[in-house]
Design a protein around this ligand. Sequence first.
Ligand code: UD1
Length: 421
Amino acid sequence: MDKFIIEGGVPLTGEVNISGSKNAALPILCSSILADNTCTYTNIPVLRDISTITEVLATLGMVIECPDNGCIVIDPRKLGSYEAPYDLVKSMRASILVLGPLLAKYKKAKVSLPGGCAIGVRPIDMHLKALTKMGADINLSHGYVMAFTEGLKGTRIVFDTPTVGGTENIMMAASLAEGTTVIEGAAKEPEVVDLAHALMAMGAQIDGAGQSTITIDGTTSLSGLEYSIIPDRIEVGTFLIACGITRGDLVLKGARADHVVAVIEKLLEMGIAITHRDDGSLQVNGKQEFRPIHVDTVPYPGFPTDMQAQIMALACVTPGTSSITENIFENRFMHVPELVRLGGRLEEKGHTVIVQGVDQFQGASVMATDLRASASLVLAALNARGMTEIRRIYHLDRGYENLDEKLVSLGARVQRVRGGL
Ligand code: UD1
């Protein structure tokens, strides 16, 4: 397993290009199941999670080509299997996003239950209830979701909590269902909106994506498309903090500032200078005095759970007392003991972590536990005095495109050591 060796203390400077969004690309690639002909996608990040989902689609029989980095062409016409096997789904729970499209287009699907993951239980009960209400017959058998239908029908779906994956699965299923589906309590994340735009480019009729009520008028067929994925808002947030935590000066090119409003507001409140440039990029400067903050993770447009670990690393080196509360996932504080190993002063109290600021992290050996937790350790290591060794960085490779190379291009001292434990 690869690891990073990072020598901290270098202010990051220069320009970095933001990659395409992983969490937008995953459902959009799954939506190609619904199409009658070739789908061409660009601005797809080169990541492990993307290869996992293309493997799932290839297992279903779809023909997939990657003519260039960042481009994926999918011909869905040879799809002949309806099963997403455990070995693939267990390594990436977003594979559950093939369920809605398979049911809508082929009226059957067998998808492994994702099982537990490092950040908590993460059930899919809301996906299954909604598909059942649309006319699917769903059984759980031997660890698999077995689903059949004589034809999905539009209906009114109410989500008690906004679910990103649930909203995406239902939006895809409803696009080929008979009649009108109304999703109330829908997730409003930019990735949901990007999926809606891709479906609409295929001919789907969707109104209200990005709001809490989405209306989908089902149609009988969807065509192929050419579509470019939105930039990754979590990568934007991570680089904003990388700049702050190293007291650097960066330009983030290709960012969508309107997707990171809550993150920018918190960082401005902390004292990081962020300005919008005419060409759409963001200019960031982290040389000012920092102030402590209080953060609550909430569904979009609030502060994202996927940025909780990273802002915690910044709070650790901010004078005063900060508090960070996680409201979306249980067990999403696995980075806390690792940040403590790096010299952070943190105390967990239920869903909240109280952070007492220290001057600087100190290098140590730490272990990456999940994707965003790993990012927080990299940020802490970039700030730290001395050397930090981060093991199990395969978690990072799931979700950040060329993170080490991008950081090195900004002056950071990051070395990837291949292989070993
Ligand atoms: C997606 C993102 C993930 C992000 C999360 C929240 C992808 C691939 N993943 O995950 O990075 O952290 O949104 O913004 O895009 N829930 C249920 N039952 C369900 C579904 C969800 O109880 O059937 C609960 C979850 O346990 C959680 C909350 O609803 O507490 C939100 O989960 P959800 O939005 O579904 O997250 P994901 O789609 O898995």
